[in-house]
Design a protein around this ligand. Structure first.
Ligand SMILES: Cc1ncc(COP(=O)(O)O)c(C=O)c1O
Length: 459
């Protein structure tokens, strides 16, 4: 008998209580504020407790309500960042995955886990028009971008054995911070990430990209990769993928697409993503636009060989002892991770529970919500749109008032939560829809709350 054993009936009651908490939480989302009334002092006080020598038993669940009261609710009023809304079937899938406690390193370690993840990867690839791509699930877009650039670097300027040598990577000024971070971590150096200016639609300027590549070649440098954005974090701009694919092919460069925010919208609006299937690698985040609870990132790639080259290096202790093509598969051969959660189970359950049509329609609804907000903003004389809305992120500002002060007041009022962006050097307000719980009323409330907050500044 272990000191950690729990009697069957106690465990059953604990599970029922936890399920009750989850049910009540989901049922309460509608009435919760968009953001909790809390402070650093309060959350600090909440967490100041030593780890007791004797266990508290089932009473530990009593903290859940308090923690939830100080947590950002996953409701239909939160439009900041690119925050997916946490679909419940998927959350239950997370619980069941932990119950199974699989380590999805390889078929040897988790036969069903590997099979389910491979199946889900196939669905995701097909959903975004990249049929036949391989890949793996990971913590998020940052991890996926890092792994993609590790593959690009190893394919074009091998460094795993000899150490890094100078090379250059190209992305627009609007690329997500995950990309400069990846470039830094890989030893390429942020100075060797060329920040290419954007056009009026905030898409990478092809003429400037070609000029930058030519200038680097002339100076004897080694261009290795273009990172295209399929949904920039600020406004959702999609770089001209077919043209970038042509340039990459002509120049012998790796084409990685950061679709962590936008990529999965290809399910509902494939016409916006023509050329995605020409990428060498593609990052998508199911915890954003497939509404999965965190974490659920994904890296897809056309050819698994560069992944195997980049991530090879297994110790004897994990070596596979069969030649069977299915049973010899190991994710650690194609990923930076060894121990890996069974992330695929939540997708497997959630995607099948609702079916493909439901996901397509919900993404289409997010796209409509963004257009609705853009129209509502345009109809207000005091507000102005500051950028186009190619996907579901709407950037706008009050023409005359302090937009930072407005943002603080909107958050304090609690009806909706939006965030901010810098566009053309200006602080602007930003709402992003990747939220299956949002209604048209919530979308309209964004404008009425901004106007009300601006009026409060007068008072
Ligand atoms: C375009 C883009 N790329 C990468 C990321 C990073 O993804 P994650 O937060 O899952 O690491 C984000 C996050 O918002 C993003 O919008």
């Amino acid at each position: 008998m272990s000191a950690l054993d729990i009697a069957d009936h106690d465990l059953a009651r604990f599970l029922d209580n936890a399920a009750g908490l989850a049910k009540r939480y989901w049922a309460s989302l509608e009435e919760r504020r968009a953001y909790p009334v809390t402070s650093g002092t309060e959350t600090h006080r909440l967490s100041q407790r030593s780890w007791a020598e004797d266990g508290l038993g089932a009473a530990v669940l009593e903290d859940f309500e308090t923690i939830a009261a100080h947590a950002r609710p996953s409701g239909g009023k939160f439009f900041a960042y690119v925050a997916g809304s946490g679909e419940p079937v998927s959350a239950i899938g997370d619980l069941l995955a932990s119950v199974l406690n699989q380590n999805v390193t390889s078929w040897r370690s988790s036969p069903a886990g590997v099979a389910i993840e491979q199946a889900v990867i196939g669905w995701l690839a097909e959903a975004v028009g990249c049929n036949g791509f391989s890949g793996s699930l990971c913590g998020g877009g940052s991890a996926a971008n890092l792994m993609a650039l590790a593959m690009a670097r190893e394919a074009k300027a091998p460094a795993n054995e000899t150490g890094a040598r100078p090379c250059t990577v190209y992305a627009s000024t609007e690329v997500h911070m995950a990309v400069p971070k990846a470039v830094a971590l890989l030893g390429i150096g942020r100075d060797n990430l060329r920040s290419i200016p954007v056009d009026g639609d905030m898409r990478i300027r092809v003429d400037a990209l070609e000029a930058a590549i030519a200038a680097d070649r002339k100076a004897g440098r080694l261009p290795i990769a273009i990172v295209a954005s399929a949904g920039t974090v600020n406004i959702g701009a999609i770089d001209p993928l077919p043209t970038l694919a042509d340039i990459a092919a002509r120049e012998g460069l790796w084409l990685h697409v950061d679709g962590a925010y936008g990529g999965l919208a290809a399910l509902a609006a494939p016409e916006k993503f023509v050329g995605l299937d020409r990428a060498d690698s593609l990052a998508i985040d199911a915890h954003k636009w497939l509404y999965q609870p965190i974490d659920c990132g994904c890296l897809l790639y056309r050819d698994r060989q560069p992944a195997r080259v980049a991530f090879t290096g297994a110790g004897d202790y994990v070596k596979v002892m069969t030649d069977d093509p299915i049973e010899s598969f190991a994710f650690f051969d194609e990923s930076m991770e060894l121990s890996r959660r069974f992330r695929a189970l939540k997708l497997w359950l959630s995607l099948q529970y609702h079916g493909r049509r439901a996901y397509r329609e919900t993404i289409a609804e997010d796209l409509r919500h963004a257009q609705l907000l853009a129209r509502e903003v345009a109809a207000q004389p005091d507000l102005e749109l500051v950028a186009p809305t190619p996907l579901s992120a709407v950037c706008f500002r009050h023409r005359t008032k302090d937009n930072k002060a407005i943002l603080r007041r909107v958050v304090a009022r609690g009806r909706v939560y939006i965030s901010n962006a810098t566009i053309g050097g200006q602080f602007v307000l930003r709402a992003c829809f990747v939220n299956h719980r949002a209604t048209e009323d919530d979308v309209r409330a964004i404008v009425s709350e901004v106007i009300a907050a601006a009026d409060e500044l007068n008072a």
